[in-house]
Design a protein around this ligand. Structure first.
Ligand code: COA
Length: 267
């Protein structure tokens, strides 16, 4: 298991807001932020799942949950207001809420495509737009979770390819627009990460996992700490001259082109 390389108290005094924070990579990042001393707010659609995740985070520090669907701008505005009353201004926004299912274009309805576009692209736009008045200060940070699909075309992933390319362009555009007020905006691009809903859907079963592992240059799946370490770095002042970057943490997966991820599913 990868170790955290960051010292205690790295994010002491900071407030972080994590969308889609009830599980997976986003919860791993939320936990790393709490352990680094930040007060952390996680957001999710399912109140029960959210509450259970908050309890886990509270074992390490200060955390709260705010339920909202990132597709609902008014609900997000309300969530940020609740956070302001509880914790004050936000220093770090991590946009991680995302949708995915493997399906070819002809096996996907217009509504299925729209669901992923709206969760990923509109949801990231909504969170950034609604958060701005709460984080508009030098040193504030936005991190958007992307995917190799943003630049690697993949069969059965047309919706995710389109959506994550959109997320990366939001990252770059916001970096230009918000650089003047000192807000840094970057994307994190995780490769195959263990114990996540995404990989359960994209490489289901031991056989698919083995094939993918053997193909990866680093010959292993990543873990949540690998991504959390990158998020900690980007959220900290150590990254104070990095903005508009798409930071890839994928064990070399994207060097292999688009064939690897879904080959086990026969794509
Ligand atoms: N194949 C084809 N279409 C699918 C599908 C699948 N496996 N799963 C969902 N859809 C379609 C639905 O059929 C529906 O379209 P329809 O109304 O034409 O039938 C559309 O997607 C929306 O589904 P719904 O369940 O109403 O919407 P939702 O807002 O809950 O979003 C998901 C559905 C699948 C996008 C969402 O629940 C999700 O992504 N969950 C998994 C989260 C995840 O994996 N996160 C990690 C991302 S890497």
């Amino acid at each position: 298991m990868t170790q955290s390389v960051f010292q205690d108290g790295l994010l002491k005094g900071k407030v972080a807001f994590v969308t889609g924070g009830s599980s997976g990579i986003n919860l791993g990042i939320a936990e790393a932020f709490v352990k680094a001393g930040a007060r952390v707010v996680i957001n999710g659609r399912n109140p029960e799942k959210l509450e259970a995740a908050v309890k886990g985070l509270q074992a390490h520090g200060t955390a709260m949950g705010v339920p909202a669907d990132v597709r609902d701008y008014a609900a997000l505005e309300k969530a940020f207001q609740t956070v302001r009353e509880a914790y004050g201004e936000i220093d770090i926004l991590l946009c991680g809420a995302a949708g995915n299912f493997p399906a070819p274009v002809l096996g996907m309805s217009s509504n299925g495509f729209k669901a992923v576009m709206e969760i990923d692209v509109l949801g990231t736009f909504n969170a950034c737009r609604a958060a701005f008045e709460h984080l508009r200060k030098p040193g504030a940070v936005v991190l958007n979770i992307s995917a190799p699909q943003a630049y690697l075309p993949m069969a059965m992933q047309a919706h995710v390819c389109a959506a994550k390319a959109g997320v990366d362009m939001l990252t770059r555009t916001l970096a230009i627009e918000w650089g003047g007020v000192g807000v840094r905006v970057n994307s994190i691009t995780p490769g195959p990460i263990d114990d996540t809903e995404g990989m359960r859907r994209l490489a289901p079963g031991e056989d698919a996992r083995q094939k993918l592992t053997q193909a990866l240059p680093l010959q292993r799946f990543g873990n949540k700490q690998d991504i959390a370490n990158l998020a900690l770095f980007l959220a900290s002042d150590a990254a104070s001259y990095i903005t508009g970057s798409i930071m890839v943490c994928d064990g070399g997966q994207s060097l292999l082109g688009s064939g690897v991820m879904l080959q086990a599913l026969g794509a």
